[in-house]
Design a protein around this ligand. Sequence first.
Ligand code: AMP
Ligand code: ZN
Length: 500
Amino acid sequence: MAELKIYNSLTKQKEVFTPITPGYVGMYVCGPTVYSDVHLGNCRTFISFDIIYRYFKYLGYKVRYVRNITDAGHLEGDRDEGDDKFSKKARLEQLEPMEIVQKYTLGFHKVMELFNNLPPTIEPTATGHISEQIEMVKHILQNGYAYEVDGTVYFDVEKYDKEKPYGILTNRKLEELLEGTRTLSGQDEKKGRLDFALWVKAKPEHLMQWPSPWGMGFPGWHIECSAMSGKYLGTKFDIHGGGMDLAATHHTNEIAQSEACYNVNPANYWIHTNMLTVNGARMSKTAGNGFLPGELFTGSHPLLEKAYAPMTVRFFMLQTHYRSTLDFSNEALQAAEKGLKRLWEAYQNLEQLQQQAQELSDTASDTETDRRCRAFIEGFDTSMNDDFNTAKVLANMFELVPIINSFKGGQIPLNYINRATFDLLQKQFSTYLTDIFGLKEEKVADSGRLDSVLQLLIQIRKEARARKDFATSDKIRNELQREGILLKDEKDGSVSWNII
Ligand code: AMP
Ligand code: ZN
């Protein structure tokens, strides 16, 4: 097996992947905070890890992939200030916090399915692991790296940093980190400015609280991932991942917690995915530039020129390496739509050539075409083994497309390649598109006929509107929507349709 190299954010270099147990991979990825819908930025991170998961499986590893659901303890500020996100939303929507959790967990699963992400092998929730978190906090207290103030337990960052570098993940010294934080006021219970809560005392009106040795309270956000990864993957496992925005606080604190509790950095490889941006600014829930996947699939967001299918969006993301930023634009998505179509056409052409390929010679073919084909195909694994470079694989696929199409069109005789090269081409083209990249053909079958019927309905609706018969025009639109077809009135007066 060729060497797989992974860029490790901990050491800031590419390293050959060596699993703790040969043949097995333990991977923990920080999952969504389910107090609202996931936006497309979150999806980019989960799609990136889906590809990594799929690639490990392709390489023959048995993967335990743990991705948590944060359903408690996430306060609005990263540093224990502000409200609990779940309680706030529950009050706002007049629901039980667990109804909020259920609603957005189901929504998250639906979106993951639409993007064809495989489910993780374990999806633990923070609320389901309160006792494990309490045990860990007790342990950290016993080891002397935490202190309790009136029912809240804080991690003592300065004490920890005297023994181990707290800012190890982002290469920052404690002094630099301290500079970036506000000074403590007389009201603060914390000893140090960087100290963070492991357990938070709940006010009586707080909606989600549990008994603990320190009274009624709830866990801090960071401890949940340490407790759950430890439970399912052991105190030392192979890979820990999440978006880059998590490195400076959440993952830094996770490392400190595990070191303080078990004297180990929990993961051998830390993988951080880069951000999806809109006009250069990070897409986020708070910035208000976060499209919801549903808005994208229906085109119902002011920044969208049209609707885009889930596979177009997935493909758009794979065209950029996971460690580079990716800026959202309509032009890029429209180019992705065309690019993906070309790949599927080539894929179908290969299928249709199969019959003809049966007659190809078994002996080695010494043509330039054969050599080029082999080099491009072998490049697939080489690129993925270089820190999962999906962008380079796709570039190779696009080099193969005109060759495949020329075989089909007869411009290049198929017997320029031998049987083994054809088989490899077909196998790898298909394996990469479907198994590793997780792309599936969207139902375009019969779309020509469907389009003719829809154009007729669009015309009838237009005529109805012209004579102010809104009952008929609304009926057409609503009934189609019930069938999963969305009509969209474009700015230029035309009407487009999309399957949702
Ligand atoms: P959250 O639900 O906010 O905790 O985020 C879930 C995951 O999405 C985390 O791994 C984040 O790092 C990641 N994430 C958040 N915003 C973006 C973005 N704009 N681009 C890529 N990943 C993001
Ligand atoms: Zn986490």
